[in-house]
Design a protein around this ligand. Structure first.
Ligand code: OAD
Length: 251
């Protein structure tokens, strides 16, 4: 496998999905046995679901929190952190994953499009989202800030649910990176089925500015035809090779 054609002017925009964390033992969504096979999206990943049964939703995210806290980054996460070390500001990582494993592997230019499962925010007040590793199993967490002002309010997971908008500032940073890069852009999607928007359309935006596009995925993705180059395989095995890392560098 040839390393990616990264020159001194190349700017690399990466989009990762659940497949990148599969080798860390975290379940993906759409495969057989994936999370959306055993759970209803409407029940656990929508505001209507939370309003109807907040404990069911907290139990679901508490279990995911438990899984993430027990997991470790894998060779794919580490390879991306190494690439960032080499490229600095010519690198940006956007992830649909909520597991925080990219940051734990050492990546710092990371934008979490769908939130973070180890963060919580208030349903009502404007306090900033905060780190929360507690498991709210069979007990609903209340907001202390609201309680102190005599209001009742529930805390919710800091996750973008279906029907909710992505953070506009995050999207603007991605747009800026793409337009500044222009034809120097190399867009690389990894471990994502390409079924959820707007993430799945980033490849089209990259192509519109004249950038090249690569997909690393285990199975056929829904938007595979949009990519210039496709590498089928496991990200933990493929990425160190694509980034030209020796086996010592990728550990
Ligand atoms: P999916 O579960 O839809 O797709 C994961 C993809 O990763 C599949 O195409 C697999 O073939 C591939 N894959 C599995 N293991 C891999 C490996 N080791 N290396 C490379 N590829 C591998 O997950 P996403 O596309 O990330 O949103 O899902 C996008 C969003 O849908 C999620 O962020 C989540 C979900 O609903 C929210 O919860 C808001």
């Amino acid at each position: 496998m040839h390393p990616l054609p990264i020159t001194d002017s190349t700017r690399v925009l990466v989009l990762t999905g659940a497949g990148v964390s599969a080798e860390s033992g975290i379940a993906t969504f759409r495969a057989g046995g994936g999370l959306w096979e055993s759970h209803s999206v409407e029940e656990v990943a929508s505001m209507a679901g939370f309003q109807s049964d907040p404990q069911l939703v907290w139990n679901f995210y508490s279990e995911r929190r438990r899984g993430v806290l027990a997991a470790e980054p894998n060779a794919g996460h580490y390879a991306l952190a190494k690439l960032e070390e080499r490229l600095g500001d010519r690198f940006l990582l956007t992830t649909q994953n909520v597991d925080g494993l990219h940051s734990r592997a050492g990546s710092s230019r990371v934008l979490e499009l769908h939130g973070n499962v180890c963060m919580t925010r208030c349903l009502v007040c404007a306090r900033a989202p905060f780190s929360d590793e507690a498991l709210h199993l069979d007990s609903l967490p209340a907001c202390e800030v609201c309680e102190a002002s005599g209001r009742d309010s529930l805390l919710r997971p800091h996750i973008v649910w279906f029907g909710e908008a992505l953070d506009g500032q995050v999207l603007a940073r991605i747009d800026d990176f793409i337009s500044e890069a222009g034809a120097d852009l190399l867009f690389l999607a990894i471990g994502t089925q390409g079924a959820v928007y707007p993430a799945a359309s980033l490849v089209d935006v990259a192509r519109r500015v004249g950038g090249s596009s690569y997909l690393v995925n285990l199975d056929e993705a829904d938007n595979a035809s949009q990519f210039d180059h496709i590498v089928r395989g496991k990200s933990g095995e493929v990425l160190p090779q694509l980034f030209g890392l020796s086996s010592e560098q990728s550990n």
